[in-house]
Design a protein around this ligand. Structure first.
Ligand code: ATP
Length: 237
């Protein structure tokens, strides 16, 4: 049995008088890549932001490695090893690529950061070539690589990815899919929100469909007999 890393139990959260998650339950095991699917506005980003502490939990529990992280501030959640790559990427455009990457390892020792950087350049040779350039000079796809690379520099226990394919050309989506496969082989645990169903199904071990604030379906890719069209219908109809 793979070891449980994240356990989300009866989670409720939302915004002021606008409840979004109405009691969400799911687990993520060590080394798994789980994709969260759902129609626009179904609460996928809210779910990631609740796990990373940016949206407050109003009820329920979020356990990481057996410890409750549900009511911690975002920077404390980060220190537990949960690292999010948001849709906005939140890079510093006037810093170099390498300086942005180094920010992922702040508060860590020099050796830790240098080893992590070497690993990230191994995943993303394009970033090694452009490490001295200002980040604003990079294309959208390359900036997405910087955002993912910065998260990896901290060597997260759990990597949360919000729409990693957002706005990218098919070529970059393929490159990023290849990186996710390599990260999986290297044992990185990932929970990803993704609208690109082809990418989602190509990389995931399991998919979860969020609908009306609850989990509509939670299925392993191997165990699912649905065609892609049937999955799309379940998401949108
Ligand atoms: N900061 C906020 N304040 C108030 N309401 C918000 C906020 N962020 C999101 N919402 C609302 O919460 C609901 C769920 O949004 P969320 O972004 O979690 O959905 P999503 O499934 O990720 O959507 P999409 O696929 O369009 O990104 C939406 O109705 C949205 O308008």
């Amino acid at each position: 049995m793979p070891k449980l890393l994240l356990s989300v139990h009866n989670v409720k959260s939302g915004y002021r008088n606008h409840p979004i998650l109405l009691g969400v339950d799911f687990d993520v095991s060590l080394g798994e890549l789980v994709v969260l699917l759902g129609a626009n506005g179904s609460g996928k980003s809210t779910c990631l932001n609740t796990i990373s502490g940016f949206v407050s939990l109003s009820a329920g529990s979020i356990m990481l490695d057996g410890s409750e992280i549900g009511h911690l501030a975002p920077h404390v959640v980060f220190r537990t090893g949960v690292v999010q790559v948001s849709q906005k990427r939140d890079l510093f455009p006037d810093l170099t690529v390498e300086d942005n990457l180094r920010l992922g390892g702040r508060n860590r020792g020099r050796e830790f950061i240098e080893d992590s950087l070497a690993q990230v350049y191994n995943y993303f040779p394009r970033l090694a070539e452009r490490k001295r350039q200002r980040t604003r000079m990079l294309s959208g796809g390359e900036q997405q690589m910087v955002a993912i690379g910065r998260a990896l520099v901290s060597r997260p226990k759990l990597l949360l990815l919000d729409e990693p394919s957002g706005g990218l050309s098919p070529q970059f989506v393929n490159e990023i899919a290849a990186i996710f496969r390599r990260l999986k082989v290297d044992g990185v645990t990932m929970l990803m929100v993704e609208q690109d169903i082809n990418l989602a199904l190509a990389v995931a071990d399991r998919f979860i469909i969020l609908r009306s604030g609850t989990i509509h379906e939670d299925t392993t890719i191997k165990g699912s007999t649905d065609t892609k069209e049937e999955i799309v219908r379940k998401i949108y109809l």
